[in-house]
Design a protein around this ligand. Structure first.
Ligand SMILES: NC(=O)c1ccc[n+]([C@@H]2O[C@H](COP(=O)([O-])OP(=O)(O)OC[C@H]3O[C@@H](n4cnc5c(N)ncnc54)[C@H](OP(=O)(O)O)[C@@H]3O)[C@@H](O)[C@H]2O)c1
Length: 305
């Protein structure tokens, strides 16, 4: 545990910065419940797969390839289902949706965990920049295509980041989603993570009855996400990391709490950090922006699907 975690007090629900995924699910019996999880093969996704399975849940483990998903299940000795879901490829998402439908199980939660961060600009056929496409649009297509399969108290959990605060001043650059005019690896990561929060917020208003949608910041954790950071940044990060970084077990806690803990059903449309409700940026609370993002993404999704 980091020095910082040792001093942080738990939040109102008794969980906090130092809580692990095992602790927030302790005593829960998830037998008979089904969780669809993207990015199951690495970092906090792999830990989420392990812990939800440990509690008896059936995890539909999605990775860029079926082989990676199968390997992940084997690595944590879980008996879930493996499926390919390459989020930057609408054809792959469609095939994933069909595979999930064939399993014929109501979904207790969809956990949109997969993500990429701060990479060099990459053009895509879709006309939008790769971080926006993978982190936001891919998950939008997946979730909206499976919405009817959500259990009556089903949950959608969207993994965002505190880095949503690094989004451009206007929030989402609707007039340049390809980032052709100007590209900033961190600014566009921030934009995609802002989109994650706005998506969950808007989805919460559209879901039925007891269904919920939340977004979250998992904390800062050393995972493969930093693969595009420069070497100096990685070295500094590693050196000071022992003071403030979360462990992977702690990093997976907030999404496991939101996916499985009964108390998390009491709210919807909120942003969580350290397993408790937190306040995101002003832009992330802008419902007009959330509505516009929904409309634009819906059109984009229809065009590329
Ligand atoms: N680590 C942190 O400090 C931190 C902080 C804030 C937010 N987050 C968020 O937490 C989430 C999980 O990240 P992590 O830290 O666990 O990173 P990670 O170890 O790099 O895991 C990311 C996962 O996403 C998958 N992925 C990437 N691109 C994909 C695509 N196009 N289609 C399908 N899957 C794809 C990766 O698959 P491959 O292994 O095949 O590439 C991997 O399974 C991300 O959404 C990230 O933005 C992390």
């Amino acid at each position: 545990m980091s020095l910082y975690a040792a001093f942080k007090k738990p939040g109102p629900n008794g969980f906090g910065y130092a809580s692990t995924a095992e602790q927030v699910t302790e005593g829960l019996d998830l037998t008979g419940k089904t969780y669809l999880l993207t990015g199951c093969n690495s970092g906090i996704g792999l830990e989420t797969l392990r812990v939800l399975s440990l509690r008896g849940g059936h995890v539909i483990a999605a990775a860029r390839s079926e082989e990676k998903a199968k390997d992940a299940l084997a690595q944590v000795s879980a008996e879930g289902s493996a499926t390919a879901c390459e989020l930057s490829d609408s054809g792959s998402i469609r095939r994933c949706v069909e595979a999930v439908r064939r399993l014929d199980r109501p979904l207790n939660a969809i956990i949109c965990n997969a993500g990429i961060m701060a990479l060099p600009r990459a053009e895509t056929k879709s006309g939008c920049e790769l971080q926006f496409l993978t982190n936001h649009v891919g998950h939008f297509i997946l979730v909206t295509a499976l919405q009817d399969l959500l259990a009556e108290d089903g949950r959608v959990v969207v993994v965002s980041s505190d880095a949503h605060r690094r989004a451009p001043a206007e929030g989402i650059r609707f007039d340049d989603l390809a980032a052709a005019k100007d590209y900033s690896p961190w600014g566009h990561y921030g934009q995609s993570k802002l989109a994650n929060i706005l998506f969950a917020r808007q989805l919460a208003r559209r879901l039925d009855g007891k269904q919920t949608a939340h977004s979250l910041h998992p904390g800062v954790i050393k995972t493969n996400l930093g693969r595009h950071m420069n070497r100096l940044a990685v070295a500094v990060f590693g050196a000071v990391g022992t003071l403030f970084l979360k462990t992977i077990a702690q990093g997976a806690a907030t999404q496991c709490y939101l996916a499985a803990h009964p108390d998390a059903a009491a709210t919807s449309g909120e942003y969580f950090a350290d397993c408790n409700v937190a306040t995101p940026s002003e832009l992330a609370r802008d419902d007009q922006l959330a509505e516009k993002l929904w409309r634009v993404t819906e059109k984009l999704a229809a065009r590329i699907s």
